[in-house]
Design a protein around this ligand. Structure first.
Ligand code: ZN
Length: 295
């Protein structure tokens, strides 16, 4: 019996610690380990029930009530936190955003085309960018939604991601190119080589030519890393001969990014993507969406 008690109580505590850590990491762990995001509230309830049963098998009733209440408070707090975070990253909201930019007022422009001069002075020009950091399946889901809505965007792929290999990404990249979507390099060579600039620069050239075997591209953007800033190699690349430009160098009137969770819905309940409605004709707007977080 004590083994069952230990499993029930220990298991629930592990779930709470795991989910609390994932919030610290902006839910990236949830994508990294399992595709758990849609099940978070349910997991918290299951943990609270197991915890209460475990206590019941072990302690007298008054202790069960006392510690059980603490368990439910933890579960409810984590659920609340999840709901608060998750309300900003629902794919339905993304669909609504796509619906908004389908309007005649907007022109969806691919980064590579914009570099070559595509710009509409009679419309709001929207450059839609996706950094594929972790999950190819989430990127594919986003692409399918865009395809269904008739919207084209640019997907930036990493060559040295922890959770997908370039070989695994190739079929999605080829499909995007085939459907007229844009592709770019989400360069991570400096973090991959642990700060060795010389190696990173050589690798960048190789990676870019590898990507160009699937489709033409002249656009890149740096992947963020806590220790090795990939952006630090940018100035040292021979961009002229490589014919590359960074998404950050593109002049825009407004930059909308959903990174960082806390700002995605403001105190008045306004979603960050609604900022697109405040734009005016002739402007260039860059929108950054990380498919990893949307579910
Ligand atoms: Zn990134």
């Amino acid at each position: 019996m004590w083994i069952l008690t230990l499993l029930l109580i220990g298991g629930s505590l592990c779930i709470w610690i795991f989910t609390a850590i994932t919030f610290q990491k902006q839910l990236r762990f949830a994508t990294l380990l399992f595709d758990l995001l849609p099940f978070y509230p349910l997991i918290e309830v299951v943990a609270a029930i197991s915890f209460t049963i475990g206590l019941h098998l072990w302690l007298p009733l008054e202790y069960v009530i006392f510690f059980g209440c603490i368990g439910w408070v933890i579960a409810l707090l984590l659920m609340h936190q999840f709901i608060k975070w998750g309300r900003g990253y629902r794919l339905d909201q993304y669909r609504m955003f796509l619906h908004t930019i389908k309007d005649d007022r907007f022109e969806i422009v691919l980064f590579n085309d914009h570099l070559h001069g595509e710009f509409s002075k009679n419309k709001v020009n929207v450059l839609l960018r996706h950094d594929v950091d972790i999950s190819l399946s989430r990127a594919r889901k986003m692409y399918e939604i865009e395809k269904e809505q008739g919207i084209k965007s640019t997907y930036f792929f990493r060559m040295h991601a922890e959770k997908y290999s370039y070989n695994e990404a190739k079929s999605l990249i080829a499909q995007l190119v085939n459907d007229g979507y844009g592709i770019g390099l989400h360069y991570d060579e400096l973090s991959f080589t642990r700060g060795n600039k010389e190696k990173a620069i050589a690798l960048f050239k190789e990676d870019l030519s590898e990507l160009r075997k699937i489709g033409t591209t002249h656009i890149v953007c740096a992947h963020g890393h806590s220790k090795y800033k990939n952006r630090a190699m940018w100035e040292e690349l021979d961009r002229e001969s490589l014919q590359v430009w960074s998404a950050y160098d593109i002049i825009h009137d407004l930059y909308i990014s959903e990174a960082g969770g806390k700002r995605i819905v403001d105190s008045e309940g306004k979603h960050i993507l609604q900022k697109i409605e405040e734009t005016t004709i002739g402007q260039v707007i860059q929108v950054l969406i990380h498919p990893d977080w949307w579910f």
